[in-house]
Ligand binder design. Sequence first.
Ligand code: PLP
Length: 392
Amino acid sequence: MINEKMFALGDEPSAIRVLFAYGLKRKAEIGADRVFDYSIGNPSVPAPPQVAEVAKRLLDSDPVALHGYTPSAGAPDVREAVASHISRRYDVSASASNVYLTHGAAAALAISIAAITVPDDEVIVISPYFPEYKTWIDQFQCTIVEVPAAQPSFQPDIEALAQAIGPKTSAVIINSPNNPVGAVYTKKSLDDLAALLTKKEEELGRQIYLISDEPYRLISYGAEIPWVPCIYPRTIVCNSFSKSLSLPGERIGYIYVADQMDNDAETSLAIAGAGRALGYICASVLFQRILKECIDLPSDVESYRENRKLLTEGLGALGYEYVEPDGAFYLWVKALEPDAKAFSERAKQFELLLVPSDSFGVTGWVRLSYCIAKDTIVNSMPAFKALMESYK
Ligand code: PLP
């Protein structure tokens, strides 16, 4: 007998994936240049050339040694490379034993949630939030508690979080730079959040983890991005190279359990156990080894900066309301009617693929991924104009 819950998940993929699939079909029908696909966060910047250079060298090495299993948490030298990258970059001590290599940030998040919750726990997310959080929280029989971000800054709303944290709270998930709004959490916001979590831990007599989901850490347009474990010790960092090095299909990332945490060794073992239970062991070995050599490479942010300018100036001139993004490569735009799904459907008539906000936990907005070709942005402006006019 099939599992009905799994059937339902498979039967109704995420709104982003549905729109992405529609876009592929539509492009085949009318030509790729006539569809303005703002659906998925697939980086438009190529991976740095060093990735291909290292890959070619590795592929010419002994295949038996290259393709073999590594230990479940990853090759010891690669875990060491990640730890020393963290140490160098943030001037902190970081142990390889607290690094677990994963199949992207998605696996890192699923493992982390599994490791630190028991059924019936609550996990807090700040809305709007990355839709898959709900899938993973549900999967481990926990309850998602959605706390709206403060307006208009989209920073964490500390008072609202204080109300939401209770005796069943096991974790708060944050994501900065943020998908979908592009907000970057300030040092002050993180300090306030850390003070709140510390106070609540004392009051409630239980550990409250901060899961910091950071695949966009390197994609910032100038805003400082503080290192969260230095601000709140009970932090689990989930990161990947999907966005920063444009390797989303290669599925490589890591979990880092902060050394500053009083129970880091225990938490790392729970991470290892959850990775084992979920079958997320031994992340792609070729990309583990590529990572070892490419981990310090910077992200090519300039192209996204130009896209951000083109899109915000273009939409601003047409009268659209949006949130100015400080990081990541998404624009959060107010729908022209309260029902974002209806707005997204109407946009399709103009070949504009915009993700409605409902699955991000809020109504009335759409998300635009601007990690796309510049020409697509420029050529989409008449369609945005026509969409706006259709509401007048
Ligand atoms: N977290 C956020 C906020 C994301 O936007 C994404 C992907 O878009 C992920 C996690 C998953 O990243 P990965 O592709 O590395 O699994």
